[in-house]
Design a binder for this molecule. Sequence first.
Ligand SMILES: Cc1cc2nc3c(=O)[nH]c(=O)nc-3n(C[C@H](O)[C@H](O)[C@H](O)COP(=O)(O)O)c2cc1C
Length: 182
Amino acid sequence: MKTLIIYTSQTGFTKKYAEWLAGRTGGDVIELKEAKKKEDAFFDGYEAIVYGGWAMAGKLVKFDWFLGKSVNWKDKKLAAFCVGGSPRENPDVDTFLASALNEEQKKYIKLFYCLGGINYDKMSGPTKLLMKMFVSSVKKNKNASEKEREMAETISHSYDYSDIKYLDPVVEYLGGSVKLDT
Ligand SMILES: Cc1cc2nc3c(=O)[nH]c(=O)nc-3n(C[C@H](O)[C@H](O)[C@H](O)COP(=O)(O)O)c2cc1C
């Protein structure tokens, strides 16, 4: 199935997943800002289109463009994957995944979650500041729960939990084998 993967990434985790997925599906990969410049005819040649974006404050970053386009792509296989810093078991991830698509969109877009990480070295200045402010506000808050404190501690430094295995369900959905090349 001829597949196109469109992604946006600030610190590289989503880019890595987009490239892994392209490798596993034999698909093409393109950055969102380049995809936005393409004529509609460019997308006609693809049977499957996948959007990859990262989670920011409970939202899938820049998802609106894909959602708008996908209304006219219902004859294709459509999927999106969200790369976030929270473990999949975190109930916030369920809430977020459930609300990212409306009931109609859920009929033709399948949404997946991939665990990423935090990379302060590649983060933009304003984003880094926002993160530092958030972490320090949780640490100073006497009413913060143990879970919130643990989360603030985790995200106060860089980490990388990305793993190609998180793409298995996406590859399977796209009709490929989940067996990795060795
Ligand atoms: C300002 C900000 C808000 C974030 N909000 C969330 C969030 O709500 N849920 C989550 O799981 N991860 C959150 N993250 C973590 C990112 O989704 C994670 O770092 C991701 O791997 C970034 O992908 P990228 O490297 O492609 O930019 C946030 C990160 C930043 C910088």
